[in-house]
Ligand binder design. Structure first.
Ligand SMILES: Cc1cc2nc3c(=O)[nH]c(=O)nc-3n(C[C@H](O)[C@H](O)[C@H](O)COP(=O)(O)O)c2cc1C
Length: 373
């Protein structure tokens, strides 16, 4: 029995995943923001579940949407109405930035995904696979942001849509241009953390899976010193609000341990993982997203195993070293069973991104499956 059939058999009260996604893959990011979400219902009842603690807040579940689809008030309202309780407002910047042109979201040949590690060429396919909610895709969107005067107003309005037992996390990122210094990016992150607090966030997430500054290669979360300095500055700016950092995959246990040990006490939780970076080609071997966009982030299906391994390692380190840090899981979450698997691995909360474009009923499904999640 494939995963689509299992889902329908397990939760008869909940509609199956959609045949067309709420986020239109044939439209630009800006069109999705202005015209979406492409959803007309139905709106099944959300099961009432016992309240739990989430970093000092009372929540109906520790199931949520990662920084991804909640690009404005309308998107936020939809997922709140459908029972996702930890709602992450998509990453904001201190200046407006447009998304990359289409394509932004391509599905992958699963056999190239299964065979390949970080250096492999993964092949994009021209169609959308059946059971796309559980398939593996690549995203190259470019972390766009509306202008501060737009997101300030919008985030305030999002807060008014929250239902009892729900909270809003606001994701922020410093912008690294070629001449940005470390001091600039630290100041940018910290100013944004303060803005997120002022706009009504219940928690702030620092997206450290962004490019490093100056000539230093790789992403900020791989630079422990810089990550810690950003965490410390943002801690001061966020005041008493829970502070999270979002990181990408870390393969080496010692590096993970060093990062977590240094972040504990500064931040409350680590959200892992952001979409792992991979080389994506089309069937003729040319970069599928175009020149200068050879690498893209892998999302959905196959990310689950990578994320589960990172979460398990992180939880072991946190327990071994008695760190005051929670581990929040993201990656390939497309079923109630996968949410439970992360929870059983010790994840404090579980968030979904690409799959909930196809299955906006995932939180309802998970609450039927296990009201304690
Ligand atoms: C449309 C889309 C936009 C995204 N934008 C962001 C973002 O702005 N900031 C961020 O930290 N992650 C972003 N992500 C990454 C997700 O939060 C998540 O880490 C990644 O997609 C893996 O989760 P998934 O397998 O559930 O999709 C985005 C993902 C999607 C699908």
């Amino acid at each position: 029995m494939n995963i689509a059939h299992q889902i329908q058999a397990a939760t008869p009260l909940v509609p199956p995943p959609l045949v067309a996604p709420v986020y239109r893959l044939d439209r630009t990011f800006e069109q999705n923001a202005s015209d979406g979400p492409a959803f007309t219902g139905p709106y099944p009842d959300v099961p009432v579940t016992p309240m739990k603690d989430f970093l000092g807040h009372r929540v109906a579940s520790r199931i949520g949407v990662a920084a991804s689809l909640l690009v404005n008030e309308r998107w936020f309202e939809l997922y709140s109405r459908l029972g996702f309780d930890l709602l992450t407002y998509k990453t904001i910047r201190s200046r407006a930035r447009l998304a990359h042109p289409l394509p932004n979201w391509l599905y992958l040949n699963e056999s190239t995904v299964a065979a390949g590690g970080p250096a492999a060429l993964l092949q994009a396919i021209d169609q959308i696979p059946s059971a796309a909610f559980a398939a593996t895709a690549a995203g190259s969107i470019g972390m766009p942001s509306s202008a501060p005067e737009v997101w300030r107003r919008d985030i305030r309005r999002c807060r008014t849509h929250l239902r009892p037992g729900q909270i809003m996390i606001v994701s922020v990122v410093g912008t690294a241009d070629p001449d940005t210094t470390e001091q600039d990016i630290i100041a940018d992150f910290s100013a944004l953390a303060g803005e997120a607090r002022d706009a009504g966030a219940h928690a702030v997430e620092l997206n450290l899976s962004c490019p490093n500054v100056g000539q230093r290669e790789s992403e900020v979360y791989r630079d422990t010193e810089l990550a810690v300095r950003i965490g410390a500055a943002a801690r001061a700016a966020a005041g008493p609000l829970p502070l999270l950092v979002k990181i990408g995959p870390i393969e080496e246990r010692d590096r993970m341990a060093e990062l977590l040990q240094r972040l504990a006490g500064l931040v409350d939780g680590v959200v892992m993982i952001n979409a792992p970076s991979r080389l994506i080609v089309d069937t003729s071997g040319t970069p599928a997203f175009g020149r200068n966009r050879e690498r893209a982030g892998m999302m959905g299906g196959a990310v689950f195993d990578i994320a589960l391994k990172c979460v398990r390692t992180a939880v072991e380190i946190v327990r071994r070293d008695s760190l005051n840090l929670d581990v929040l899981a993201v990656g390939g979450v497309c079923s109630a069973e996968r949410i439970s698997a992360f929870a059983n691995a010790g994840a404090y909360a579980v968030l979904t991104a690409s799959a909930c474009a196809w299955d906006p009923y995932l939180a309802i499904r998970a609450k039927h499956h296990d009201p304690m999640l």
